[in-house]
Design a protein around this ligand. Structure first.
Ligand code: C2E
Ligand code: CA
Ligand code: CA
Ligand code: CA
Length: 283
């Protein structure tokens, strides 16, 4: 038993070592990966819960690593945040997805403005040139500020002081939407919402998961109902993440949520997919 236990620990150590080596390898490879163009963006549609039409798309970054294949953001965003590479990487994501959104916009003028949602990490939020760079990216692409939505996690804004909120306020005044991402996971004070320059709440996937059961937990329903009514009374739109079934979509629509995102509608994919969905909407 002792020997087996020893082996088990040895194995656990080896796995931990392998993970650490990969982490180290990925971290050191990040800057060159950006120079070599190994990152790409997948887009996931956001739809109106009322009629299922496309409201916009969220840009989700991936890394096509020469040895490890395609890596999801959970594998490298924390590393990029740790080393500061998230600032140039995030800048690239913003530039690329805004350019893409303007391309869609020019081809689909009939359906109203298509929104592009871009995730901002805390380091970008703290960066002194966030506002100037965003203005620059919008001007160079030709996209109107009202078509851009920047997603900031609830946890990044907990306890935020005025210095941190000022750039977001400036962006909001220009017409850029600010969304509070992963809402409901950060234990933020609901009254605090009034202070934040946000116009969209993105309800975390955990709420949507709670609607999988039939019948859904009545307490879960009450909580979502309460959040939606509070959000609407503050003039905030509510988006729900992680909608995987038609039953969830229907439940969330009845609870008054405005827009939704999830595998039920489409997985994140190549930009052509959004183009095709917009063409289908126009019929
Ligand atoms: P997020 O912003 O909460 O993005 C939603 C995540 O949920 C995405 O994971 C998406 O693929 C996944 N998802 C969408 N629909 C469903 C569904 O129906 N069911 C389930 N189970 N999952 C669904 P992804 O693409 O792996 O991204 C993970 C996180 O990485 C994002 O979470 C975001 O925090 C971060 N991220 C992605 N792109 C960027 C970026 O360009 N910059 C920064 N700073 N963070 C990014
Ligand atoms: Ca997001
Ligand atoms: Ca989210
Ligand atoms: Ca999330």
């Amino acid at each position: 038993a002792k020997a087996a236990g020893g082996n088990r620990f040895a194995l656990a150590d080896a796995e931990a070592d392998a993970r650490a080596i990969t982490r180290h390898g990925l971290t050191t490879a990040l800057p060159a990966a950006l120079d070599r163009g190994e990152f790409f963006i997948e887009y996931q549609p956001l739809v109106h819960l009322g009629d299922g039409s496309v409201h916009g798309a969220e840009a989700l970054v991936r890394w096509c690593h020469p040895q490890h294949g395609v890596l999801g953001p959970d594998r490298f965003i924390p590393l990029a945040e740790h080393t500061g590479l998230i600032v140039p990487l995030g800048r690239w994501v913003l530039e690329e997805s805004v350019r893409q959104a303007n391309f869609w916009q020019e081809r689909h003028t009939d359906g109203g403005p298509l929104r592009i949602n871009v995730n901002l990490s805390p380091a970008q939020l703290h960066h002194p040139s966030l506002v100037a760079e965003t203005v620059d990216v919008l001007e160079r692409s030709g996209l109107e500020p009202g078509a851009l939505c920047l997603e900031v996690t609830e946890s990044a804004l907990i306890g935020a002081d005025d210095d941190l909120l000022k750039p977001l306020r400036q962006l909001a005044e220009m017409g850029v939407d600010i969304a509070l991402d992963d809402f409901g996971t950060g234990y933020s004070n609901l009254a605090n919402l009034r202070r934040l320059p946000v116009s969209v709440l993105k309800l975390d996937r955990s709420f949507t998961q709670g609607m999988q059961h039939h019948p859904a937990d009545p307490v879960d329903l009450k909580i979502v109902e309460g959040i939606v009514s509070l959000a609407h009374s503050l003039d905030l739109a509510v988006t729900v993440e992680g909608v995987e079934t038609g039953a969830q979509a229907e439940q969330l629509r009845q609870l008054g949520c405005d827009t939704a995102q999830g595998w039920y509608y489409a997985r994140p994919g190549a930009p052509d997919r959004i183009h095709a969905l917009l063409l289908a909407d126009a019929v």
